[in-house]
Design a protein around this ligand. Sequence first.
Ligand SMILES: Cc1cc2nc3c(=O)[nH]c(=O)nc-3n(C[C@H](O)[C@H](O)[C@H](O)COP(=O)(O)OP(=O)(O)OC[C@H]3O[C@@H](n4cnc5c(N)ncnc54)[C@H](O)[C@@H]3O)c2cc1C
Length: 352
Amino acid sequence: MRSAVIIGAGIGGLSTARALKRHGWSVTVFEQSGALPETGTMLGMWPAALQALGDLGVVEASRRTDGWAHIAAGASTRLWTPAGRTLLTAPGGADLHLVARPALLSALAQGVDISFNTQVVDPEQVSDADLVVGADGTFSRTRQRIFGAGFSARPLGSVAWRGTVQGAVAEYGETWAPGALFGITPAGPHATNWYASVRSDRTFAGPHLPHLQGYFGSWHRSVREVLDRIDEDAILHHGLFETPKLPSFVKGGTALVGDAAHAMAPFLGRGACEAIVDGATLGRCVGQASSLEAGLAAYDKARRKRTQRLVLSSRLMGRFAMLGTGAAPRNAAMAAAGSMARVIKPKPRSQR
Ligand SMILES: Cc1cc2nc3c(=O)[nH]c(=O)nc-3n(C[C@H](O)[C@H](O)[C@H](O)COP(=O)(O)OP(=O)(O)OC[C@H]3O[C@@H](n4cnc5c(N)ncnc54)[C@H](O)[C@@H]3O)c2cc1C
């Protein structure tokens, strides 16, 4: 039986562990924390991630437990200015699948052997397993060990706050201002997700509510409605980083998955989804290939360019949303696009 050691029990590491186990591998996961987290915000699951969860055996039954939510298409999303002018209204096109990070981790961890309180100091000294997987996040030691300090995570010059508040709100969407944005999304029938970002080279010391009030307290009613419900103790705050473009996600018998391979700005909400797809793909590639080397090459081919494009798109999305100079013409263009979409309604097929 082939064996793997996985460094990190985050979404990427646990997805990989499940995938490898399903292909008959013996897997051990080393995690530096004492336990899986019990709190965390809701993550939106894109279709490819849902498909990968199905491949990993995280099926409908687990998705009906606490922490998972399915919101049928319907609620439209707005793009606002801080004064509350609507630039665009996007119709609620597709169903939304949401999962709280702890619920996702707990579903992925079922049946996986995790060694907690085990920090891997030197990934090259791990063991004589056939495969070592660096799933150790944005500041991955595995990445630095195999590609060097020149591939350390680089700061994006922005910070984020995020959390969940009780109750639904009347309207969802994102508000863009020069150097700042505030987003509101559903988090299930009785809760609302929020996130906020500002351009800043440093993170902020708590308490965080005063910072949020300072930046966003004078914004329109929907933002203030969320701000009024935020509990200081439930605010998460991070600097934002991304992984520099790696020449490969693989070196020798080591592979990188998730943020270790492609940490990205959160503005497209894709990082966790891509970590799941990485895990499912790596398991399938090494499980089906004639040799480990061929399987790892297939994984790199399937995942690297695709995720590196997302790293770039996420960064550009953040820049576009928080544009300083140029925000006025951008808003005018967005508003014009919104009006055109209302005027040019698609003709019924019979009239074309
Ligand atoms: C503000 C913000 C909002 C986001 N919102 C979304 C969203 O809505 N949707 C979405 O899809 N994604 C979102 N993401 C991205 C998502 O959170 C990450 O992409 C995802 O969690 C990456 O998972 P991972 O397993 O690769 O890394 P991590 O979650 O960082 O897990 C790495 C694990 O490795 C462990 N570890 C690290 N070093 C060692 C070591 N030396 N030895 C042992 N263990 C170690 C850590 O303790 C950790 O448990 C967001 C990110 C941010 C910052």
